[in-house]
Design a protein around this ligand. Structure first.
Ligand code: NDP
Ligand code: OXD
Length: 316
């Protein structure tokens, strides 16, 4: 019997075992916490697995992340070299992420946070000078699968869009930049910055005081807005709080945090300029992810190449 190893450290693994059993009914689905024959493992799937979960598996042919991000895999210092790592690319996940990004850009445009304050104070105030979407530029840091979909939908809503990627690339209707100079250009011209890139050694802590200080004043929306849906490790939370208090940032929408779950004592919870969501901007259907992984395994066993394999050299 074929065996799939699940290395799941963050979620309840049993529903995942059931989901994989539903799509691989003839397979044995084992958890890393229980005894299994290490030579029988050709495929593994993981989310925030403990260090060393995949070491000492001589027949391992591929490791599947159960999400789009793979930073949880590459931080494992005992991840076997040469075994392909595959990530999730799923239209449902992409759509949900774009919904979140477009919604929060529209909320910033329509100054929902400010009007909420007026409502709480029972104040009938019409600010009048409502900007148009085309008055604002949204800068997308990360122009991969998620960034490109969000860019298209933001453009449909009328926003100007700039994008930043590691390599030079062209995306229709988007002012594209790359490299350090490119980052400066996007940041200096974007009223709303959306971080949609992976966490790698190059991107760790990139959302910091230095970067916030370079954003425009964005007075029309009460100050520049930071949206981070990438990973918590991209942001320096003490810098975000200081920038919000100093008015360098007008608001922050954070779906990801340096420590997750966000500790109860974090000042981000109750800060009036912060929207915090529990890393669910793009929750995709778990059965769809199990079906995607099973589909890739079956195709690979039939001799096809794996798709959405990440580059270990760049960590995404
Ligand atoms: P992709 O791999 O398709 O795109 C990544 C993008 O980031 C690419 O444009 C890439 O550049 C760019 N990038 C990477 N490193 C750098 C760098 N050093 N400098 C500039 N640009 C860089 O990933 P996805 O779009 O599918 O997903 C992005 C991230 O979103 C995931 O890694 C994950 O962390 C996060 N995510 C969060 C979710 C949530 O619920 N909050 C859900 C799903 C994903 P290039 O185009 O040149 O390669
Ligand atoms: C992912 C996530 O990477 O949900 O898919 O964060």
């Amino acid at each position: 019997m074929n065996t799939l190893l699940l290395g799941i450290g963050a979620w309840d693994p049993e529903p995942w075992r059931a989901r994989f059993k539903a799509v691989l009914p003839d397979w044995d689905i084992v958890l890393h916490t229980e005894p299994f024959d290490r030579r029988a493992i050709h495929y593994a799937a993981a989310w925030k697995q403990p260090e060393g979960t995949f070491a000492g598996l001589p027949e391992l042919e591929a490791i599947f992340s159960l999400g789009a991000g793979v930073d949880h895999l590459f931080k494992d210092t005992r991840l076997p070299e040469g075994v392909p790592v595959v990530r999730v690319v799923d239209p449902d996940l992409t759509t949900r992420m774009s919904e979140y990004v477009v919604m929060h850009c529209l909320m910033a445009l329509r100054r929902v946070r400010i009007y909420d304050g007026f409502q709480r104070d029972r104040k009938w105030i019409d600010l009048r000078d409502q900007p148009q979407a085309s008055d604002l530029q949204v800068g997308l840091l990360g122009m991969g699968v998620l960034g490109q979909d969000a860019a298209m939908k933001l453009r449909t809503m009328g926003f100007r869009v700039a994008g930043w990627s590691r390599r030079q690339k062209d995306v229709a209707g988007v002012a594209m930049h790359h490299g350090d100079e490119g980052l400066e250009a996007v940041v200096a011209s974007s009223d709303i910055l959306v971080a949609m890139m992976p966490l790698t050694p190059d991107t760790t802590g990139i959302l910091n005081a230095r970067l916030f200080a370079r954003m425009p004043k964005a007075e029309a929306i009460g100050g520049p807005v930071l949206i981070n849906v990438g990973r918590g490790g991209l942001q320096v939370e003490t810098d975000i709080l200081a920038a919000l208090d100093a008015g360098t940032l007008g608001a922050a929408v954070l779906d990801v945090f340096e420590t997750e779950p966000l500790p109860e004592a974090s000042p981000l919870w109750l800060h009036p300029k912060v929207t915090a969501t529990p890393h669910n901007s793009a929750i995709s259907s778990p059965p769809a992810i199990a079906a995607y992984v099973a589909g890739q395994i079956k195709a690979h066993m039939a001799g096809d190449a794996l798709t959405n394999v990440v580059d270990p050299k760049h960590g995404y």
